[in-house]
Design a protein around this ligand. Structure first.
Ligand SMILES: Cc1ncc(COP(=O)(O)O)c(C=O)c1O
Length: 488
């Protein structure tokens, strides 16, 4: 085990199990220490280390949850922003609870209406596009390597056409469309661009990636257990009382406002008037809106905009992210896009300290940290946006809408109050006065159905659970029956 490299000031290789010893390696010498063992946590952070200056070595106490594990500690300090994050990302936590449930009830048929992953096959008119592209890669004429980091021209043009079809006034140009490997990845890239000095506002509840990426990049203070909020983030309450639209008049200014419509998790889609208010608010305050339209295809009510660019003036204040994930079942294929209008400007940044186009920085982010979406996925995206592909996607979305109807009528039939669903694949179920995690546990324990606790999306989600309508029909029907029985 002689692995002490020259220049390695302190290193330790630790083998630990309940009765194991630490094997300390320095200059080829093995020294053993008794370990202490904590079954719940894995800390390999050298917290309890002590340095033997004569040997220039470090003893690392390594608490691990697994029985047998090698642990080596570098001298690199952990990014303190990561220590602020609470209990892991919501969905891994749900996954852990689901796994524990399955271990407890190995024979139970667990139905997952939690994470919001699509379940139905991608229409073949779309996979044919990918298949042809993939086969083409085996030919001299069809082969292509790296593509443009911003996306292939025909797909950027097709996305621009989609905007033009929604409304002739969106003004989106192909050069403003950045094709990516998904909206979540773009959220992180946007945060990288904004940096740690901006302040952000989020709807409360909201999709967790906005808050967690903000914490990671260092925009926030510590988590406040009492309020269940990170300091420096503005949480804009969205409840049935305010029609799931924040009271902007009482919301102090933030640099960046993350706004998702149709909303995950509440399922609420903002009206035109509400979005006009949002754009006017951003303009008054000199803020940038990051508008997440990942579910826009689920909008059935024509009075609710499908893109923020339907609102006059939005081009000066809004970036829009979107995705093929929930449009076409591309959650595994990975394809999305971000629109950054040319008119969107930072306050400063030019050599003379004058306004600077945001699109230039986002282009720099994409060309530095991304090497273009998969060309096969992009062929799939192009197929999605063909006339036939669009028809097939609408059918797919229509199937999930029927699932929503089944779930909503079951829940309403036993007196439960539901929101959302009409313009989104999510049903937001109200359990006034109850804890979301308690309701989550009750539904899992008694009905073997995985949902998502509303409080996982922010303190404003307390008292709600989100039920996803992504599921095979027989599972949705069975879940509806189980829920009726449970709450009858
Ligand atoms: C609001 C919202 N934005 C973005 C995403 C992520 O989309 P993608 O799969 O394109 O990364 C999701 C996924 O659930 C979402 O709910």
């Amino acid at each position: 085990m002689a692995m002490a490299a020259q220049g390695l000031v302190s290193s330790a290789v630790v083998s630990s199990s309940l009765s194991s010893s630490f094997t300390h390696v320095d200059s080829g010498k093995n020294v053993s220490f008794l370990s202490s063992f904590s079954p719940a946590v894995a800390h390999c952070n050298g917290k309890n280390s002590r340095r033997n200056s004569s040997q220039r070595t470090k003893v690392v106490r390594c608490d691990v949850e697994t029985k047998e594990r090698q642990c080596y500690a570098t001298q690199v300090k952990r990014n303190p922003n990561f220590a602020k994050l609470q209990a892991g990302y919501l969905f891994p936590e749900i996954g852990r609870r689901r796994a524990a449930h399955c271990a407890k009830y190995p024979d139970a048929k667990v139905i997952s209406l939690g994470i919001g992953d699509t379940t139905e096959p991608i229409p073949s008119v779309i996979t044919d596009g990918m298949k042809n592209k993939a086969h083409g890669l085996s030919t001299l004429e069809g082969y292509s390597g790296y593509g443009a980091e911003q996306g292939e021209g025909p797909l950027r043009a097709a996305i621009q056409k989609l905007y033009a079809k929604i409304s002739p006034n969106t003004g989106v140009k192909p050069s403003e469309v950045f094709v990516s490997d998904g909206a979540k990845c773009d959220i992180a890239r946007l945060q990288m661009m904004f940096g740690s000095d901006v302040t952000i506002a989020v709807q409360d509840p909201s999709y967790p990636a906005y808050v967690d990426s903000s914490v990671m990049i260092g925009q926030t203070g510590l988590y406040q257990a009492e309020s269940q909020q990170y300091s420096k983030i503005r949480y804009m309450k969205c409840t049935p009382e305010n029609d799931f639209f924040p009271d902007l008049a009482s919301t102090p200014r933030s640099d960046v406002i993350f706004f998702c419509s149709p909303n995950n998790p509440t399922g609420a889609a903002a009206t035109r008037k509400q979005l006009e208010e949002l754009v006017a608010y951003a303009k008054r305050n000199g803020s940038i809106i990051v508008y997440d339209a990942a579910y826009s295809i689920y909008i059935t009510d024509d009075s609710r905009p499908k893109t923020i660019y339907e609102i006059p003036g939005a081009r000066e204040v809004a970036i829009e992210i979107s995705s093929f994930s929930k449009f076409a079942g591309f959650t595994g294929v990975r394809l999305g896009w971000t629109v950054v209008p040319e008119e969107l400007m930072y306050a400063d940044g030019s050599p003379l300290g004058e306004p600077f186009p945001v699109i230039k920085d986002f282009n720099r982010v994409m060309t530095t940290s991304f090497n273009g979406a998969s060309n096969i996925a992009q062929a799939g995206g192009l197929a999605c946006l063909s006339d036939e592909g669009w028809k097939a996607m609408e059918e797919l979305v229509g199937f999930y809408r029927e699932n929503v109807d089944i779930l909503v009528s079951a829940l309403n039939s036993v007196g439960l109050r539901t929101y959302g669903g009409e313009n989104a694949p999510y049903v937001w179920v109200h359990f006034p006065g109850e804890s979301s995690w308690d309701v989550f546990s009750k539904i899992l324990e008694k009905a073997h159905i995985v949902t998502t606790p509303g409080s996982g999306f922010g303190p404003g989600g307390e008292g709600f659970v989100r039920i996803s309508a992504f599921g095979h029909r027989e599972n949705i029907l069975e879940a509806a029956e189980r829920l009726k029985k449970l709450f009858a």
